[in-house]
Design a protein around this ligand. Structure first.
Ligand code: RP5
Length: 169
């Protein structure tokens, strides 16, 4: 949560978007993290238009408790790679639809990182999976979070089993 958290050092996931036009995916990620009781923050910083501010954000993020970054961008989509170039914390990239190939350009820009600087990449616009992957990474050192993730999976399976189309199975 951004507003209700008194201690900003508990914000374990730093979500950064390249533009306000990307914010819906970031908010979907934050909603999943909220559900899993993982505090996060959203920042709007373009790697191209505000490179110095981005460097300041990354330099200060770890001290504020950020353990995993989610970076959301469309078009040339350099943001996740630039974040990864400046931290050894895990970076998850979310490509956004738009541009000449409606997100395929951003997907390839994010997933095709050169050796040495990885970015984990989720599907186009898939803020939810970025949040779940961030939570899975954090859960390695947080068994309670791991239990909440397992419960979410169980709920998901139960909802599918409960679909009227699956009656009798
Ligand atoms: C990228 O360019 C942003 O991540 C966004 O997806 C795209 C378009 O940005 P705006 O022109 O809407 O600000 O940097």
């Amino acid at each position: 949560m951004t507003d209700a958290t008194p201690d900003a050092t508990d914000r374990r996931v730093g979500i950064v978007v390249g533009s306000r036009s990307d914010i819906a995916a970031a908010e979907r990620a934050m909603a999943v993290l909220d559900e899993l009781e993982v505090d996060s923050e959203i920042r709007v910083i373009s790697a191209h238009r505000a490179p110095e501010l981005l460097a300041r954000f990354i330099a200060g993020a770890e001290a504020r408790g950020i353990r995993v970054f989610i970076a959301v961008a469309g078009l040339a989509a350099h943001l996740p790679g630039v974040v990864a170039s400046q931290t050894t914390r895990p970076v998850i990239g979310v490509p956004m639809a738009g541009g000449v190939s409606d997100g395929l350009d951003a997907l390839l820009a994010i997933v095709q990182m050169p050796k040495g600087v990885p970015v984990a990449t989720v599907g186009v616009g898939n803020g939810e999976n970025a949040a779940l992957l961030a939570a899975s990474i954090l859960a390695v050192g947080d068994p309670a979070l791991g239990s909440r993730l397992a419960a979410r999976r169980a709920d998901q399976a139960a909802a599918i089993a409960g679909d009227p189309a699956n009656e009798g199975l």
